[in-house]
Design a protein. Structure first.
Ligand code: F3S
Length: 641
């Protein structure tokens, strides 16, 4: 018998698909678990109902109240009431506000090695730290998965990240993922799955692995996965879930599409400078920059291991007078463990603010930086304005660098200070209580308050398609630009009709009014349109505004799927230089019978500009995606089929 050539990904997918996953071919993945957060959850449940499902069919479905845990607005509290009742009614669990961030609790309480999870949040890749396949998807795909439908993707390339050596003092898992971002950029993972192998793997704890897989999202990867090994077994035992352990390792002759070598011993403390996660440089290069605010937390760096490292660094020290230091633990379990181990006292004595367990500041909810100030964060994203301050200056680093910098009041490479490097041992008992995770309850009555709107549905695609360009924008437009997530707007996300007034207003304040007046329109964009969060309302709200399609130089993966799911055409310039000839207000008409051409498999369409000249666009999509677009989106398509 020959050597086993299967990768970890292939082994897991083989158990969750009908055939053998071949690169580039569509695969239908059976989903074991789903997770929803509270800003997109309402839409997903409305879609679940619109699809006429009456019960969740995955093994586990969990609804979290994490983004809006502060309940700054009564509308948030009311929406949580809706989520608490609807999730339990249909067979899901509900995690109460303040219990923690979805990815953190899912990994503490539910995820199992070898399982598949589809999350309505882009950082669902976190689950790869446990040897599971976690994928972030559009909400409609998650609603379908909750109803028992498989999730279809084109089988990505599988890239081996071979880890050797061992992390040195003051370097951590965050530096490993920043190093990958430095080398590969935010586009380096598109169409790829990263699989971590090599002798360095066993030197990383499960929380460290989760930090790396979590932030592989910023590489644009489909997912990222570590082996499930003895450290996984030991960690699951700590969590009181040792019974779900199984060993998963790549076959000895595992074949990868590419291999990236990372020597952990050679990694130094790194930092992403404003305002992209791949603007990575050694910390030493920006050392001496004054910091007004330091935050540690989020689903990337809010685990017990992270916050305990902070407590260790600040023990016996004081946060600098001109600097605020806020710790956002990712779960109440992490807070409880910190209290039990004594770290809470150190934090308070040093002058650190301990926040509720919430996404909070990660999406600009609380701790918004002041104008012209520097915010140093052990988070995952520093896109312009995400902090709630339009002209922010946010740096991303490890919890260790953040803590040392908070003490010094300026960015420091901690290796140049007299501080003692942290040493964190995970407690033997890390079991959680059941107090805040409510189980399914079919007898419950669903509460629907005024914050809950309806899902807009597009008409089937017609043969004539002509509309003006309502927005002309540049490269790297994020879903944060499209559907802003500031505290004022997040409370409206459960009501698509109200939230539509804010679409793309970070780029052009008149876009919603102009689109409504035009009764349709095209968005024209540069490269990587729709990168960032998986938020499906960045596509769904375009239906509410009547937008017909987006013509871009390229699209981010999840957002492109979301556009198709809501019947918005994602068209790519055949010749990107045409972009420079277009202007806002130009009338664009598809020359062919649009619906007919798309249904019959045409991969190029001709666009007429003001009846004066023409250019070609590409539509790269599967047969099923064409049928979805022709039907006006996946919701009408699924109901019809
Ligand atoms: Fe929450 Fe920020 Fe993670 S919004 S899910 S902590 S990326």
């Amino acid at each position: 018998m020959g050597a086993d050539t299967s990768t970890i990904t292939e082994q897991i997918l083989r158990e969750h698909t009908d055939g053998t996953p071949e690169r580039g071919e569509p695969i239908d993945i059976e989903i074991d678990q789903t997770l929803l957060h509270d800003v997109l959850g309402p839409l997903i449940w409305l879609e679940f109902e619109a699809l006429e499902y009456d019960q969740v069919r995955t093994d586990v479905a969990v609804q979290y109240a994490d983004h809006q845990a502060y309940q700054l607005d009564a509308r948030d509290t009311d929406t949580h009431r809706f989520l608490r009742t609807i999730s339990r009614k249909y067979g899901g669990h509900f995690s109460k506000a303040g219990a923690g961030i979805c990815h953190q609790i899912q990994r503490e309480r539910f995820i199992e090695p070898g399982s598949t999870l589809l999350g309505g949040d882009s950082h669902s890749l976190t689950m790869g730290g446990f040897g599971a396949i976690g994928i972030g998807a559009g909400g409609l795909d998650v609603a379908l998965a909750m109803g028992g439908e498989p999730y279809t993707i084109e089988m990505p390339e599988i890239v081996e990240v071979r880890l050797t050596g061992e992390l040195g003092e003051w370097t951590s898992a965050k530096d490993v993922i920043l190093e990958l971002l430095r080398r590969l950029s935010v586009k380096g993972g598109v169409g790829r799955i990263f699989e971590f192998t090599g002798p360095g793997v066993e030197r990383l704890s499960v929380p460290e692995r989760c930090t790396i897989t979590n932030m592989a999202t910023e590489l644009g990867a489909t997912t990222a996965v570590f082996p499930s090994d003895e450290r996984t077994r030991r960690h699951l035992e700590r969590l009181g879930r040792g019974d779900v352990y199984r060993s998963i390792a790549p076959g000895e002759g595992a074949v990868y599409d590419d291999t990236i070598e990372v020597d952990l011993s050679g990694i130094e403390p790194l930092i992403a400078t404003p305002s992209m996660p791949d603007n990575v440089v050694p910390v030493a290069e920006v050392a001496g920059t004054s910091v007004d605010q330091v935050l540690v937390g989020s689903c990337t760096n809010g685990s017990y291991a992270d916050i305990a490292a902070v407590a260790d660094v600040v023990a016996g020290e004081h946060v600098a007078g001109e600097t605020d230091f806020i710790l956002n633990p990712a779960s109440k379990l992490a807070v409880r463990l910190l209290a039990e181990e004594g770290g809470t006292t150190e934090l308070y004595a040093a002058g650190v603010n301990l926040s509720e367990s919430t996404c909070g500041a990660c999406t600009g909810q609380g701790h918004v930086p002041g104008p012209d100030s520097v915010s140093l964060r052990a988070f995952n994203r520093n896109f312009k304005g995400r902090s709630g301050q339009e002209n922010d200056s946010v740096y991303l680093c490890s919890p260790e660098v953040a803590a040392a910098s908070a003490i010094e009041g300026e960015i420091v490479d901690p290796r140049t200070t007299d501080l003692t490097p942290p040493t964190v041992e995970l407690p033997d008992d890390m079991t959680s209580s059941d107090a805040e995770i409510l189980p399914p309850d079919p007898s419950i009555e669903i509460y629907r308050g005024e914050t809950i709107g309806t899902i807009p549905i597009k008409d089937p695609l017609g043969s004539a398609l002509s509309a003006p360009i309502t927005l002309l924008t540049g490269d790297d437009i994020t879903t944060d630009h499209i559907m802003p997530a500031s505290s004022e707007i997040l409370s409206l996300w459960s009501d698509p009709q109200a939230a539509a007034d804010y679409v793309l207003t970070r780029i052009d304040g008149e876009f919603p009014t102009r689109s409504r007046a035009a009764g349709g329109g095209w968005i024209v964009a540069g490269e990587n349109y729709g990168q960032g969060s998986s938020r499906e309302n960045a596509a769904l709200e375009l239906v509410e505004l009547g937008t017909d399609g987006v013509i871009a130089k390229s699209f981010a993966r999840i957002h492109r799927s979301n556009l198709i799911n809501f019947g918005i055409l994602p068209l790519r310039f055949a010749d990107p230089s045409v972009y420079d000839r277009l202007s806002k207000g130009d009338d664009l008409a598809i020359v062919e019978d649009a619906a007919g051409a798309i249904r019959s498999g045409a991969d190029r369409l001709t666009v007429s500009v003001n009846d004066e000249w023409r250019f070609e666009v590409e539509l790269v999509c599967s047969e099923e995606e064409r049928a979805v677009l022709a039907a006006g989106g996946r919701l009408p398509y699924t109901k019809r089929n």
